[in-house]
Design a protein around this ligand. Sequence first.
Ligand code: HOZ
Length: 435
Amino acid sequence: MGTETSKTLFSKAQTVIPGGVNSPVRACRAVGTTPLFVDRAAGAKIYDVDGNVYVDFVCSWGPMILGHGHPAVTAAIRAALEKGTSFGAPCPSEIELAELVVAALPSVEKVRFVSSGTEATMSAIRLARGYTGKNVVVKFDGCYHGHADSFLVKAGSGVITLGIPGSPGVPADIVKNTMSIPYNDIATLEKTLADDRLGIACVIMEPVAGNMGVVPPDLAFMRMLRELTAAKGIVLIFDEVITGFRLGLGGAQARFGITPDLTCLGKILGGGLPVGAYGGKAAIMDQIAPDGPVYQAGTLSGNPLAMAAGIATLKVLKEPGFYDRLEDKAATFAGALAKLADTYLPGQTTLNRVGSMMTNFFTAGPVTDFTSAMRADTARYAAFFRDMQAQGIWLAPSQFEAAFISAAQSPADLNLALDKTEWSFKKMANRPKSR
Ligand code: HOZ
C-alpha cells in the first residue's frame, strides 16, 4: 500500500501548521521522507491513514511503555472523563499519583505536576536558581532538556537532527548563564565545578542520554558529579523525562545508585497524556509558591485525565517482574540486532542500549558523547529508516533518538523487525558507505 493519503494530508497541514508538524523531528526531513499521518494505534502497532500497519519502536518517543491502548489505562481515562476533564482546582488523583512517584523515587520527597517535560525542566532550574541565589546552569553537550531558552545550547534531539546550532529568539543575555560541557568528561567537569567565580546554581543531566541517540553514562563520571555538586552546594538535577519509569520504577537514579537533588519527569508518568513533573528534597521543593517565593503555575497542571492515566500506568509497572521481562526482551532483541550488524556491517555500527532504550549508530564507535555520536553516518541511517518503514517497522526519523521496547511487542513483532533489518543490512553491505 502507498502513502498517498499521508502525503496529501501533509501538503494540507503545511498550509496551516508550520512545516506541517507540531514538533520538528516528525517532519522526517532528516530521513528524506514526509510524515505518516496516524489513524490509530493499538498494542505494539500503529496504523496510518492509508491502511498500512507498522510495529512501533517510537512509542510516542517513550511514553507508551505498555503499548497503545492498554486496557487498564484506557478504562482509567474513561472513568475520569465521566467526572470532568479539567477543574482548575485540586483533585484526589493528584495525591495518589504524587504518592506513587514519591514511593518509586526515594530522592523525591515532594513533587509538583506540570503539563510537559519542558515545563518540568524549566521550572526545576528556576527553583535551583531561587534556592541557591546563583544563575549559571551547567548542562552537557548533546543532552536535550526541552525547548526553554536556557537549554538551547549544544542541545540534542531535533536541534541536532536539523543541524540548528542555537535558535534565533533566544537572547544572548539568557544563554550567557548556560554552560554546556562534554558528557562523560571527568576532567572538564572537575575544572568547571571547581571554579567558584562562575556562580553555578545547578547541573542538569540526562542520566542516560537519549536525545543524541542513547549514550550511557560513565559511572565514575556520575559519581564524581554527585560528589562535587554536593561539596559545592550546587543542585544536581536529573532529567529523567525519558528514563523515569523506563529503566525501572526508580528510573536511572535507582539503576546507577546516584541520588540527585531534583528530578524531572514526563512521558511515561502521563501514560500517554500530557504530563510533566519535578520533585526532590522537601527543603528545596518548599521554596515553590505558595510555600516559598519561586513562582510556577499551570491551569492544566494535575489534570484529572492525565493523573488517571499516570496512576493506571504506574500500577501496571509495579506488577512483579514487569521490568525483568522488559529487560530480557530488550536484551534478546539487542543481542540479535548486534549479531546481524556483525555479520553484514562488521565494524560499521555501534549498538548502545540501557534497559529498553537503544540506538544503533552507523559508526564504528564507541559512542560515548556528542562528538562521537556526531560521527554517525546519517545518510546510512536515513536509508535504513526508509527500508524499515517500507517493510512495516516504525523507527524514529532521526539517528539521534532512541528506539524503545514496549511490553506490547510480541516475539513475532520483534522477529519481524529483525528479519527486515537483516534484509536492509544485506543491501547496505553491498553498497558503499556514504562517507
Ligand atoms: N523531543 C522529543 C524527542 N526526543 C519529541 C519529538 C516529537 O514529538 O516530535
